[in-house]
Design a protein around this ligand. Structure first.
Ligand code: SAH
Length: 388
């Protein structure tokens, strides 16, 4: 196996338990889609086995502090451990969709596996792991014989498709999963999205279980309005879901219908969120709960939006249409933003307005994280009571 002698900054991170190899720590590295043995440049100490492959985040992953061989048994062992950790999810009748393998949280970065009822969804994040696809699928079939069929999403550049059926029985084009007793309509083979972001289980739970009771709820960047459906299940008096994408309305209504809800008190607006803030102000609309969950980065016809620089504007605008003693749920999935930096954005938005942080939710337990690497716990969701 190839040996790679690494600089002390990368060595320190590995010793700390970080598995993602950050390109900035490997200035002259040729990223060759190889398995390599890492050694300290300074002391020649053996540091572990890694693979090199370019992806959206990083240039590869440390996979073990030992020297290892990647074969079917290696992946079976990883998958068995991952499966055992999710026993609670597997036994639940109320939640039938969850993540069962999560990159470095399950000791192997570069791919994830989600279950949607009896079907599996693999996501591949780089070309190296994709070469191991057949081996990983064989290991998966051995550890999860109960799964009927599987799909994949390609999350790296270079292939001419991003979604495909891979084995077994095909899933219906759309079907219903359960989360905490609420139904959501999903699809496994239509682009990269599936109709629900599973990492928000706990935020939806909080809307089902108390936060939304008797409240009017505004859901900004609503996609398929999953937060609105959770709020409706939790007794919201009305919900409004705002998203730029036209298709979001049809998908949102599908979630509502899956639960037998009447759509009368649930509105869907195809609009830019900043335009909606203006519209609501002009019409004197106010909301008791405002959920804000933007993409990390977005480009609209007029402007670009980045969570790191512009989140404060979403808060400041929300305050103008929030009921007295209302609640803001401020979410971001930006992994490049620390909790502190996110809080700073929020504080800038609140300015002089009094508020209390009720809680911070991060990734739920099925999205196991590498506890040694804050950036692997990318989700940050503050629930904030405003005292205006
Ligand atoms: N909150 C959603 C996920 C949001 S994904 C959920 O829980 O399922 C981000 C969404 O933001 C996308 O659906 C995208 O269409 C929408 N979006 C991006 N920029 C926007 C803008 N300026 N105004 C409104 N929606 C926007």
């Amino acid at each position: 196996m190839k040996k790679l002698y690494i600089e002390s900054i990368a060595e320190k991170k590995i010793k700390k338990g970080i598995q993602l190899l950050d390109g900035r720590d490997f200035p002259d590295l040729e990223v060759t889609d190889d398995l390599v043995l890492l050694y300290s440049q300074k002391s020649s100490q053996f540091l572990g086995t890694a693979y090199l492959s370019k992806q959206n985040k990083g240039v590869g992953w440390l996979i073990s502090r030992q020297e290892v061989t990647l074969n079917q048994v290696y992946f079976e062992n990883l998958l068995k451990k991952a499966k055992a950790k999710r026993q609670q999810f597997r036994e639940s009748d109320l939640t039938t969709a969850y993540r069962v393998f999560n990159q470095d949280g399950d000791n192997f970065g570069g791919f994830t596996i989600d279950l949607y009822n009896d079907f599996a969804l693999f996501s591949w994040y780089n070309t190296y792991i994709y070469e191991y696809k057949e081996l990983i699928l064989d290991a998966f079939k051995a550890v999860f014989p109960e799964i009927l069929g599987a799909y994949e999403k390609i999350r790296f550049k270079g292939l001419d498709y991003e979604s495909a059926f891979i084995y077994g029985k095909e899933a219906p084009e759309t079907f219903t999963i359960l989360e905490n007793g609420v139904s959501y309509e999903v699809f496994l083979n239509d682009g990269l999205m599936t109709g629900i972001f599973l990492d928000q289980h706990e935020v939806r739970d909080s809307l089902v279980n108390g936060l939304a009771l008797g409240k009017s709820v505004l859901n900004m960047f609503s996609y398929t309005a999953a937060f609105s459906v959770a709020a409706a299940m939790g007794g919201a008096s009305e919900t409004t879901s705002v998203d730029l994408a036209k298709r979001s309305v049809e998908l949102s209504q599908a979630h509502f219908r899956a639960n037998g809800f009447d759509l009368e008190n649930h509105k869907f607006m195809v609009m830019d969120v900043f335009d909606y803030y203006r519209y609501a102000k002009r019409h004197g609309l106010t909301y008791d709960v405002i959920v804000i969950d933007p993409p990390s980065f977005a480009r609209n016809k007029k402007q670009t939006f980045s969570v790191a620089k512009d989140y404060h504007k979403l808060i400041a605008q929300a305050l103008e249409i929030l009921s007295p003693k209302g609640t803001i749920i401020a979410s971001t999935n930006a992994s490049n933003l620390t909790i502190k930096q996110f809080e700073k954005q929020l504080e800038k938005g609140f300015g002089q307005v009094k508020h209390t942080y009720l809680d911070l939710k991060q990734l739920p337990s099925d999205f196991t994280v590498n506890k040694k690497d804050e950036s692997s716990n990318y989700l940050k969701v503050f629930t904030i009571r405003v005292n205006k």
